[in-house]
Every structure is written in C-alpha cells, then in structure tokens.
Design a protein around this ligand. Structure first.
Ligand code: PXP
Length: 265
C-alpha cells in the first residue's frame, strides 16, 4: 500500500504568526498518525521561519510512524539530524527568499558535497532521500551518491497548464521512477499534490510514499485534520486502484472539475 507522509510545517507557520504556542505541529502530527498517515515530515529551515528545534526534539520522542526531517545539506543541519536521529532525512535545496522549496536538489552538479552529506547521515543510521527533479541525470547521480530514496519533485506536474502538459510531466515521473528503481533506489514523490491531481502519481507502482503538506493543511483548516488526511488517503487509493485493474496508463486528470476525482478515459 502506498504511504502518505504529511508535512506539518504550515501548522507551525500559523503558530509563528503570533510567535505563540498554538497551534502546535506536534499535536497535528499525532492526529495525522491517528488518521492513517505513514509518517510526518518537517522542514527545519536555516531561518527557522516555521518549524523550531523544539518541534523536532518533541516529534522525535512522540512520532510512532516515521519522522522525516527535510533539510539543507549544511553542516549545521547534518549535526542536528545526527543528534535527533529521525528515521529519514530528505535533502533539499534551500534559499532564504523562497516561499517554499522550489527546484529539486542539483545532485549531478554537487556530487561531492551531496555524497559527503549522504555518507555522514547514513553512517548515523539515518535513511537518506534526495529531493530531485524527474531527470535522468539527477536520478543516476542520486544512485551514485549512495542515497536510499529519491523523492521525485512533482511540482511541474502539479502546475502543468493543460492535460497534454500534465501527461508529459507524468511520463517524466514514471520514467524517473522506473530508472531509479532499476538503479536500486526506493522512490517517493511530492510537492504541489492535491486532492484532484494526486491519483495518477499515486498510481505509479514504484512510488512507495507521497509527501504532501499544503493541500492537506489547507483543507484541515476547514474540515479538520483527521478528515483531511483520510480524504487524501482515499484519493490516493482510488488512483492506485486504476493501476491495479490495468486500465490503460496515466488517466489524465480534468482540471477545474468540482467534487471527486475525474479522469478523461
Ligand atoms: N516534498 C518536499 C521536498 C517539500 O519541500 C515539500 C514542501 O515543503 C513537500 C514535499 C510538500 O509540498 P506541498 O506542501 O506542496 O504538498
């Protein structure tokens, strides 16, 4: 079964708006687990704009599924990861001025630096995932770097303007997943996924887990977190079912259709 790792950074963003104590991303993480999430992701950024060190410390003690620490490959973050020992660390590029993580990590262009970070984290007993664009040279560089997982960046798929562009992006994701698996990597995916576009990505057989934040927390503000997580799990299961009954590949999603998930077959 495909897993859902929920990013609770946005809960911390609301808390930091008042520099107070509520809402607590630790409470959110526990509700995600009760609703069936397979893991919790937090991004401890250099500028500490949302998640704080205290959150990572508490989550490390309380999360029962899996804690995935998203982080830049800097010495400071590597030391923190080695101290807290999350089950997984996902290396991402980080720029201060960005609103969220933008492109994937350029593993190909920074092979030595990334390889060193991967080694240190793995020696500390932490599984390492590299967040990369779905490009052949990045996938093979990730395998050379010794990563356990790649997380395929689904941002271009999510932002595609029409069905044709979305189909082309989906094909890139499928090709990257197949290539990665062939090179011995395990495959995750995420960024920009929502209730309407998640199905075809969830249907990629090589993908073990999706990492989703914004759409779930945005819905949770209105309907509650447990319901928001359960509805995402249902949308993912619906996407997987397409794959399992062998319906021809990659049903394109119809953008803008209200209610439920619709495919153009
Ligand atoms: N994966 C990575 C590596 C990310 O940086 C993010 C955003 O923090 C996500 C997944 C989740 O993206 P979104 O919030 O758009 O669902």
């Amino acid at each position: 079964m495909i897993g859902l790792c929920v990013n609770v950074d946005h809960v911390a963003t609301i808390r930091q708006a008042r520099r107070g104590e509520e809402p607590d991303p630790v409470h959110a993480a526990l509700l995600v687990e009760l609703a069936g999430g397979s893991g919790i992701t937090v991004h401890l950024r250099e500028d500490r704009r949302h998640i704080q060190d205290r959150d990572v410390e508490l989550l490390r003690r309380l999360v029962k599924t899996k804690l995935n620490l998203e982080m830049a490959a800097t010495d400071e973050m590597i030391e923190i990861a080695l101290a807290f020992k999350p089950e997984m660390a996902t290396l991402v590029p980080e720029r201060r001025e960005e609103l969220t993580t933008e492109g994937g990590l350029d593993v190909h262009g920074h092979a030595d630096e990334v390889g060193r970070a991967v080694r240190r984290l793995r020696e500390g007993g932490i599984l390492v995932s590299l967040f990369i664009d779905p490009e052949h040279h990045q996938v093979s560089a990730a395998a050379r770097a010794g990563a356990d997982f790649i997380e395929l960046h689904t941002g271009s798929y999510a932002e595609a303007k029409d069905c044709k562009a979305q189909q082309a992006e989906l094909t890139r994701l499928i090709q990257s997943a197949t290539t990665g698996r062939g090179l011995g990597l395990r495959i995750n995916a995420g960024h920009g996924l929502d209730y309407r576009n998640v199905g075809p990505v969830a249907a990629i057989p090589e993908v073990e887990e999706l990492s989703i934040g914004h759409s779930i927390i945005a819905r949770a503000v209105l309907v509650g977190l447990e319901r928001a997580v359960r509805e995402m799990l249902a949308a993912m299961a619906e996407g997987r079912a397409w794959c399992e009954v062998q319906i021809p590949p990659q049903p394109p999603f119809i953008k803008g259709e209200q209610g439920g998930i619709s495919y153009d077959v």
